[in-house]
Design a protein around this ligand. Structure first.
Ligand code: CUA
Length: 309
């Protein structure tokens, strides 16, 4: 993933570009005012410094025209920023009222899950077709979160009981980072996700593949599959048809995902082993319980889960 150092300053979407533009305008305006004031302070300190004169210097009480000019200039700058902000808000946040959201994104402590037309579900990565606007329905399963794919659009709070809508768009295919932008508990910092923007054909292909039921465990994955059921994992994680929202991420096509545990680790058998061995050591405060598993148990589970392609 070749992410720019400051993603916020590298918009990859017509919805995010105006926001970055506004940031530059306010940054440069602020820098200009800062320099003006700093230079003036040094100038006046030097110009009117004490040079051995006796007694108080002549006192000046106000100067109406000058004060009006200064206040007027400051007001004009504020009006300019306000007008630009209103325009940027309209550009980055087109109306959503008449539209049906294409993808539902659900936030939970601490991961993201997305469900798509046709029944496909993914966690910690959101697939979209590149080149057009996608309307997201943002839902929360617990507390207030905030969805922010820095380079693809504005950010928006995800509030329990409220059906927020957000447009995102990727100009070109690629992998774009995102994160929760509202403090939501211990692991707020590890509530990351990626948006995978694909060509429309690749996206359709992905949707079809991901809507398929979970792979039948191969013979060497049977032990892991049985253990998964015996431990009660399905209480929190859905695998397959069950579209019901659960406390943990859906695992139907777990093996084909890039990230696990809300983006803490990339999805490799070694990382999954570390995670199952002691989730709390990897992600303190996680809702995932630490089961007393043997090395063999973990190997079985890892083989089963990574096989869910
Ligand atoms: Cu979810 Cu911060």
């Amino acid at each position: 993933m070749n992410a720019p150092l400051f993603p916020v300053m590298a918009p990859a979407s017509p919805l995010a570009a105006p926001i970055t533009g506004l940031m530059w305008v306010t940054l440069l305006l602020g820098l200009g005012v800062f320099l003006l004031v700093t230079v003036a302070i040094f100038y006046f300190v030097r110009r009117y410094r004490h040079r051995g004169a006796q007694g108080e210097p002549p006192q000046v009480f106000g100067n109406a025209p000058e004060e009006l000019i200064w206040m007027g200039a400051a007001t004009l700058v504020l009006i300019l920023i306000f007008a630009l902000s209103v325009r940027v808000a309209a550009q980055s946040s087109p109306p959503t009222d008449e539209e049906t959201p294409e993808i539902t994104v659900t936030a939970r402590q601490w991961f993201w899950q997305a469900s798509y037309p046709g029944g496909a579900v993914s966690a910690n990565e959101i697939h979209i077709p590149a080149g057009r606007r996608i309307l997201l329905a943002l839902e929360s399963g617990d507390v207030i979160h905030d969805f922010w794919a820095y380079r693809l659009g504005r950010k928006l709070d995800v509030i329990p009981g409220q059906h927020n809508r957000l447009w995102i768009q990727a100009s070109a295919p690629g992998v774009y980072q995102g994160a929760c932008a509202e403090y939501c508990g211990t692991q707020h910092a590890w509530m990351r996700f990626v948006v995978v923007a694909q060509t429309p054909a690749e996206y359709q292909d992905w949707l079809t593949r991901t809507a398929r039921p979970a792979a039948t465990p191969t013979t060497d994955a049977l032990a892991g599959s049985r253990l998964y059921a015996r431990l009660g994992c399905p209480v929190c994680h859905a695998i397959g048809a069950s579209s019901a929202q659960k406390v943990g991420p859906d695992l139907t096509h777990f093996g084909s995902r890039q990230l696990i545990a809300g983006g803490v680790l990339s999805n490799t058998p070694e990382h999954l082993t570390r995670w199952l061995n002691d989730p709390d050591a990897v992600k303190p405060g996680t809702r995932m319980p630490n089961y007393p598993l043997t090395g063999q148990d973990i190997a079985d589970l890892t083989r089963y889960l990574e096989g869910l392609q």
